[in-house]
Design a protein around this ligand. Structure first.
Ligand SMILES: C[S@@+](CC[C@H](N)C(=O)[O-])C[C@H]1O[C@@H](n2cnc3c(N)ncnc32)[C@H](O)[C@@H]1O
Length: 231
């Protein structure tokens, strides 16, 4: 199968998922729509990763697979020598009945994807000790402040210097506050307008964009603790 055919296969699964939803959902009203990233935000993630020329991507939070399929599409389109997509989600089987993983398989993405069924707080440090180095990460797992903070702590070490960290739901106070530490203290810089064409909600009268992308600094030197900036 050519790279073009592999991309077409992923796009077909993505299109059907966006149009019809997954074959099974948890028994919550509008669960797929509530949990998944909208298609156009997924497209923006895909385009950012393609522009970045990624080969290895770490993702936190699989659920029904919308963002994972978009990341897989980026890797299929780039067709690097050794594509690697590591997806971490402790609840894929117990809460999501493996639906996201089944869609990854249907899209032909399972051979380049490793699913780690474990909380990110224990999976990410293990990936680090295994020596994994990623070009980019996408974060949409637990939204509790302390868990997002820990995800970012380890992703800062897993993603290469100068790499990219993309985050969903930065409009939520817990996620926004966690990433603000890294911006104010560790030199992460938001990529302006990366998601300007994506979803936004009016909060206190102003549109707040759903996703954001951050560039890691090239230099990973740890700052002195006295240089701490409250966030
Ligand atoms: C909002 S959903 C992800 C949606 C997905 N990005 C998409 O677009 O379809 C959040 C996911 O994070 C997972 N999750 C919750 N706690 C987690 C943790 N501690 N580590 C990793 N994943 C976690 C949930 O099981 C769920 O699948």
């Amino acid at each position: 199968m050519t790279a073009r055919e592999r991309v077409a296969r992923v796009q077909d699964v993505r299109r059907r998922l966006a149009a019809d939803g997954p074959p099974w959902t948890r028994p919550h009203e509008r669960d797929f729509e509530t949990v998944s990233m909208p298609e156009r935000d997924c497209d923006l993630v895909r385009d950012l990763l393609i522009a970045e020329g990624v080969e290895t991507v770490v993702e936190v939070g699989l659920a029904y697979g919308s963002s994972a399929l978009a990341i897989g599409e980026a890797l299929a389109a780039l067709d690097p020598p050794d594509p690697q997509h590591v997806v971490v989600d402790p609840f894929q089987e117990t809460a999501y009945s493996n639906v996201g993983w089944a869609l990854m398989r249907e899209a032909g993405l399972d051979s380049a994807t490793r699913l780690v069924v474990e909380p990110s707080s224990t999976a990410l440090p293990r990936l680090l000790t295994e020596g994994l180095v990623a070009d980019a990460a996408f974060v949409d797992g637990s939204h509790r402040f302390h868990e997002v903070f820990v995800d970012l702590y380890f992703l800062r070490k897993l993603v290469r210097p100068g790499g990219l960290i993309i985050m969903d739901d930065v409009w939520t106070p817990s996620v926004r506050t966690a990433v603000r530490y890294y911006e104010r203290n560790l030199g992460w810089t938001a990529i302006p307008d990366a998601f300007a064409a994506g979803s936004a909600w009016p909060i206190d009268g102003a549109p707040v964009i759903r996703c954001a992308a951050f560039r890691l600094p090239d230099d990973l030197t740890e700052p002195p603790f006295e240089a701490f900036h409250p966030f």
